[in-house]
Design a protein around this ligand. Structure first.
Ligand code: KIV
Ligand code: ZN
Length: 432
């Protein structure tokens, strides 16, 4: 993707880590407008949804779950608006969620009338706790719900032959389900749908609640992929939540364990601690030389949209996106960055200490990288004076002046901007 100025594709010979890496981006599905929206203090207005939709399309998602139209009239209207006003680009498919219940499935297909292509995502809960304490059903009872849902989805789809239908099934609460039972339920569903490699179905394996270290989730995915029927006709999808703070790690290990697709949200909005953060996972891939197949080059615009649509802040240390993540205050870091930037050869791969990628690739500039406070050293202060005012200080003056800046910053108890540094320099050396 040419949008990333300093992108360096992964070459086997460059690898500094063991062989097991992700070397291809998964298929992405945004669930910002569904899982993300359902978790907000104030659900998005129609205008906010519409704005976020445009942003998701711009970022390059090819599958976007747009709501739960049978459960929410607002979601229903939003789906209709997208279809009737022809707002779905040719290469983008909308996805909607529905429980495995007759009246809800029928309403879902009504909402999707006229769509060129759509994913119908049907789910029921399969975990031990849900079986025993919520539904009071045994394993067979849960299989029956899933199979009835799958059958109804197939029957309804046949009533609307002008749409290209894709089916998705989630054994909700997969992480609390015995993995052999999850395989059994999914086999029962796919026995109804009869997918082929040319017309696959999506089997989505949610960490509805994250319950283990990410390697355990990955082991569950691997076991599932090894034992499920007709694997070559399935797209195995991951949908991780962040209860233990490992949703991205779980998705990454899950992809290494054999999954094809990942559902998540921008900045990780979603139920409780959130969904897996697509921005983080995509940038992780990017930083190791894998084209994420999403355009995150205008990170500030993305952040602004997410903030305004969700009414949630983005942490200043949010991986890759926070406003402080390419900033160095400490003297030794500043010094190292300054040296690397001065020696930088544009024809070579990005290699700058403390900066894992070129900030310019996501629309940030070096200007923001070096900032000055009481912990900053001579290198950073000299860098700012040179960058903004063209001053080239000799080493003895850098040392002398940095003490003045540090004393000033301690006294003011605040960061010192370039203008204040310039004024202080003039007061200290040039004012008489
Ligand atoms: O977290 C979850 O299990 C879900 C499903 C409905 C896919 O959001
Ligand atoms: Zn979810």
């Amino acid at each position: 993707h040419s949008k990333y100025k300093s992108f360096q594709p992964l070459r086997k010979s460059d690898r500094r880590w063991p062989d097991q890496v992700i070397d291809k981006a998964p298929l992405w599905c945004s669930v910002d407008l569904r899982d993300g929206n359902q978790a907000l203090i104030e659900p998005m207005t129609a205008a906010q949804k519409s704005r976020l939709w445009d942003q998701l399309v711009k970022v390059g998602f090819k599958e976007i779950e747009v709501g739960f139209p049978s459960a929410s009239s607002h979601d229903y209207e939003f789906v209709r608006e997208l279809i009737e006003n022809d707002r779905i680009p040719e290469d983008v498919t909308i996805q909607v969620l529905v429980q495995a219940r007759k009246e809800l499935i029928e309403k879902t297909f009504e909402a999707l009338k006229g769509a060129r292509r759509a994913v119908v995502h049907v789910y029921n809960s399969t975990s031990i706790v849900q079986r025993e304490q919520v539904f009071g059903l045994d394993r067979q009872g849960i299989i029956d719900i899933a199979v009835n849902g799958a059958t109804l989805v197939q029957e309804c789809a046949a009533r609307y032959p002008d749409t290209e239908w894709v089916f998705e099934y989630s054994p909700e609460s997969f992480t609390g389900t015995e993995v052999d039972f999850a395989v059994e339920v999914c086999n029962a569903v796919t026995a109804v749908w009869q997918p082929t490699p040319e017309q696959p179905v999506i089997i989505n394996l949610p960490a509805t609640v994250e319950m283990s270290t990410p390697n355990v989730y990955a082991d569950q995915i691997e076991w599932f992929c090894d034992h499920v029927d007709n694997r070559e006709s399935l797209l195995i999808s991951l949908h991780t939540h962040n209860d233990r703070g490992c949703a991205v790690a779980a998705a990454e290990l899950g992809v290494m364990a054999g999954a094809d697709r990942v559902e998540g949200t921008l900045m990780g909005n979603g139920e409780r601690t959130g969904n897996m953060d697509v921005v983080t996972m995509a940038m992780n891939l990017y930083s190791q030389g894998v084209d994420p197949r999403l355009d995150l080059a205008n990170m500030d615009e993305i952040i602004q949209t997410v903030k305004e649509c969700t009414q949630l802040p983005v942490h200043p240390r949010h991986p890759w996106a926070g406003e402080l993540v390419f900033t160095a205050f400490s003297g030794s870091h500043q010094d190292a960055i300054k040296k690397c930037l001065a020696r930088r050869d544009e024809s070579r791969a990005w290699e700058v200490a403390y900066l894992p990628i070129d900030p310019a690739d996501i629309g940030r500039s070096y200007q923001e990288v070096i900032r000055i406070n009481s912990q900053s050293g001579k290198g950073g202060i000299a860098y700012v004076l040179e960058r903004d005012y063209g001053y080239d200080l000799p080493r003895w003056l850098q040392i002398d002046f940095s003490s003045a800046v540090q004393a000033y910053a301690e006294e003011q108890e605040t960061e010192v901007g370039p203008e204040a540094i310039y004024d202080l320099f003039h007061q200290t050396y040039l004012s008489q």
